[in-house]
Write a protein that binds this ligand. Sequence first.
Ligand SMILES: Nc1ncnc2c1ncn2[C@@H]1O[C@H](COP(=O)(O)OP(=O)(O)OP(=O)(O)O)[C@@H](O)[C@H]1O
Length: 233
Amino acid sequence: MSAALLQVAALNAFYARAHILFDVSLKVGRGEVVALMGRNGAGKSTTLKAVMGLLEGMRGKVSFGGRDLTRLAPYQRARLGLGFVPEDRRIFTELSVLQNLEAGRQPPRAGAPVWTAQAVFDLFPNLGAMPERPGGRMSGGEQQMLTIARTLMGNPHLLLLDEPSEGVAPLIVEQMATMIIRLKERGMSVLLCEQNTHFASLVSDRAYLLDQGRILHHGTPQQVQAHQQQSGL
Ligand SMILES: Nc1ncnc2c1ncn2[C@@H]1O[C@H](COP(=O)(O)OP(=O)(O)OP(=O)(O)O)[C@@H](O)[C@H]1O
């Protein structure tokens, strides 16, 4: 594997007094696409939130590009080049597609792909066909694409993608898969949560299987899927 861009070691996370993640350790190499797999409630979204620093009272260590993030606030992690796309689509419904993209623009980062509106339109032709459309008048799948596109405009080193295939039409799921493969071709590193095992095996290099807040297995997406089926998860 290439040098680790993100390294998570013995992460424990809590919601109030509920202990949710237990000693989660994982890595994402530069240019790698890594999937977090596991059923509903396994702790996939919580892992991404913990990496972003969005939870109180975590234990463990998160390093990014060799830098310890443990004490940094979410906005500081974002400035270092972590781009988080949460499960709920957070677009500005009153603003057009282009204005939404402009709202996400940040200066280029050394070593990370540089994104312009045109480059994201090449990646998401649907968005390119409706630059003036207000966000509130787009389909759920288009809004999902716009959320990802806006995060790319921040020129992140690593994209944290929560369930890109969830709740969108099959055609859009296919486009999402193509988009992730093209992101990888551009050198992006991606950590995504995915319950859709077919989707995960299409797009990712490696996968981790989470269950009840613990990593049960890791390997190629196919190995993880086989383990998942054998253990009935
Ligand atoms: N805000 C919250 N407060 C309390 N418990 C929560 C909260 N969010 C999630 N949980 C609990 O934490 C556990 C892990 O949830 P998480 O959302 O990380 O799972 P997931 O694998 O991403 O599944 P899903 O696809 O359903 O989001 C679940 O038991 C869930 O009920």
